[in-house]
Design a protein around this ligand. Structure first.
Ligand SMILES: NC(=O)c1ncn([C@@H]2O[C@H](COP(=O)(O)O)[C@@H](O)[C@H]2O)c1NC=O
Length: 523
């Protein structure tokens, strides 16, 4: 038996804060045992360390695949010295129990997050010995404290200095340890499931396990009587809402988050400066222009009544002109999401009386990295999974089906209206002109009702404009309503058994129509 009273096993990949922590442990009388890399790191810092191989009498083998997987290591972690049977085994096999185990794992999640990662690299970053020690120590928390994160170091030292780590504290450490190994294993199984599904005919594996961590609890859900929280992925893709930073304003609500996501998505599709105005998850305004300020102005004026209390999405760094336009008298905005705010814009938006401390300003990188990610929707007792309908659009395969082809200006508006349309709840009808959404018929149970609403919203402005429909027009009535409003061009997927009747209606009204061959339902 050793004469030292306390032993710690330290084996970590992330060496953050390690030197100070282990120095603290040695000052408290701990003898330190470590694996190769950790031992070298600590010795370079002048800390006395025993190599774990000199304790086990067995070398590290197979490029480190086996370093701590030894009965003298696991016996020293799992042994219960207070039990006669365990005490005998400890004595017989020359085991020296550990009171503290400090382990963090190979960076599997960070490795597979790299776009250029190879399968072999990913596999080599699956830690085996580390989780085994963590699980052993967490199971035996009655005798052993398990430390798995650098963030725990300061508190652990403080607890040790004030006496000992009591059982309740060790149990908390054990709970954190099992949570860590569960997350780690889930990351491995998700990665492998993705590799398997990418290589198989069906993209969907036999089981789906999702893991999210709590980012914030929310005051309430869609309504005040509903509890709510925002959970995010462990390593969210840059540019997603989970990575957005709040620069100003009140606490975010559940509905704010939903609308901010829609506001960002609606402007992400455009390469020109674009602005979206979101209400209840639908754009009531959306526009593109030469400058961001003009885009915002056109978007807000698309439907200024509905825009009151809206969420704004902007796809350029906000400048002073756009900031001034958003603060103009009579405009009321709840939140803004943009890739940034220049110093002048931030000054304006954080000092204007109604904005300061009120309007939520969110900053997020605008990238395409998240496109095509899976989309999940809860139904009672299950989860619906699909590819998100957000791939960059192309006009390859579009065809003119009417006698008249759209003019260049009409074609530009048709492309714009088609891009807007997939952000509107079905049945979606969009009237647009000059890069500006004039009227949206959203979420109606009949396409004709959506057409009538879009025409009503657009009013006189729809003269010479275009209409986009997220799914085919089943009858000519939607086209008749658009023609009555002065629409000159239409875009829709086509594919109805009544296509001939709808095309004839367009020809009769002199409307040019294009079929895209792709539907954009958004239920
Ligand atoms: N194979 C083993 O027996 C083993 N024992 C500990 N590890 C891991 O090796 C890392 C530390 O290694 P080193 O001290 O050599 O830098 C830790 O992240 C630890 O979790 C192992 N590695 C992987 O499984």
């Amino acid at each position: 038996m050793s004469t030292v009273s306390r032993r710690a096993l330290v084996s970590v990949s992330d060496k953050t804060g390690l030197e100070d922590f282990v120095k603290g442990l040695t000052e408290l009388g701990f003898e330190i045992l470590s694996t190769g890399g950790t031992r070298r790191f600590l010795q370079q810092a002048g800390i006395p360390v025993i190599d774990v191989t000199s304790y086990t009498g067995f070398p590290e083998i197979m490029d480190g695949r086996v370093k701590t997987l030894h009965p003298k290591v696991h016996g020293a972690i799992l042994g219960r010295p207070t039990l006669p049977g365990d005490a005998t085994a400890i004595e017989q096999h020359g085991i020296i129990p550990f009171q503290l185990v400090v382990v963090n794992l190979y960076p599997f999640q960070q490795t597979v997050a790299r776009p250029d990662v190879t399968f072999d690299e990913a596999v080599e970053n699956i830690d085996i010995g580390g989780p085994s020690m963590v699980r052993s120590a967490a199971k035996n928390h009655a005798h052993v404290a398990i430390v798995t994160q650098p963030q725990q170091y300061a508190e652990v030292l403080q607890q040790l200095r004030s006496g000992a780590l009591d059982e309740a504290y060790r149990r908390r450490l054990a709970a954190a340890a099992f949570e860590m190994t569960a997350t780690y294993d889930r990351a491995i199984s998700d990665y492998l499931a993705k590799v398997v599904s990418d290589n198989s005919e069906s993209s969907f594996g036999p089981r789906l396990t999702l893991s999210f961590r709590l980012q914030q609890t929310l005051r309430y859900g869609e309504n005040p009587h509903q509890r709510a929280a925002f959970y995010v992925e462990d390593h969210p893709t840059p540019g997603t809402l989970a990575t957005a930073r709040q620069l100003n304003g009140k606490e975010l609500s559940y509905n704010n988050l939903l609308d901010l996501d829609a506001a960002r998505a609606a402007v992400l599709d455009f390469r020109q400066p674009a602005a979206s105005v979101i209400k209840h998850n639908n754009p009531c305004g959306l526009a593109i222009a030469e400058s961001l300020a003009d885009a915002f102005h056109k978007a807000y004026e698309g439907d200024p009544v509905s825009a009151f209390g809206s969420i704004i999405g902007l796809n350029r760094v906000v400048d002073a002109a756009t900031a001034e336009a958003m603060c103009a008298p009579g405009r009321f905005i709840e939140a803004v999401i943009a890739p940034g705010y220049d110093a002048d814009a931030l000054e304006i938006l954080t000092t204007k009386p109604k904005w300061k401390a009120n309007v939520r300003l969110m900053q997020v990188e605008f990238t395409d990295a998240d496109r095509g990610a899976p989309d999940y929707r809860r139904v009672s007792g299950g989860l619906l999974v699909q590819d998100r309908d957000d791939l960059l659009q192309s006009d390859a395969g579009w065809q003119v089906v009417t006698k008249r082809a759209p003019s260049q200006a009409e074609l530009a508006d048709l492309k714009f209206a088609w891009a807007v349309c997939r952000h509107v709840k079905s049945n979606a009808i969009v009237f647009a002109k000059d890069g500006m959404l004039l009227g949206a018929g959203a979420g109606q149970m009949s396409r004709l009702d959506s057409s009538i609403i879009a025409a009503f919203k657009a009013g006189e402005r729809s003269q010479g404009g275009v209409v986009a429909s997220d799914a085919f027009f089943p009858f000519r009535d939607g086209i008749d309503a658009a023609a009555k409003a002065g629409i000159r061009s239409a875009i829709q997927p086509g594919g109805s058994k009544n296509d001939a009747e709808v095309i004839a209606a367009c020809d009769q009204h002199g409307i040019a129509m294009m079929f895209t061959g792709m539907r954009h339902f958004r239920h």
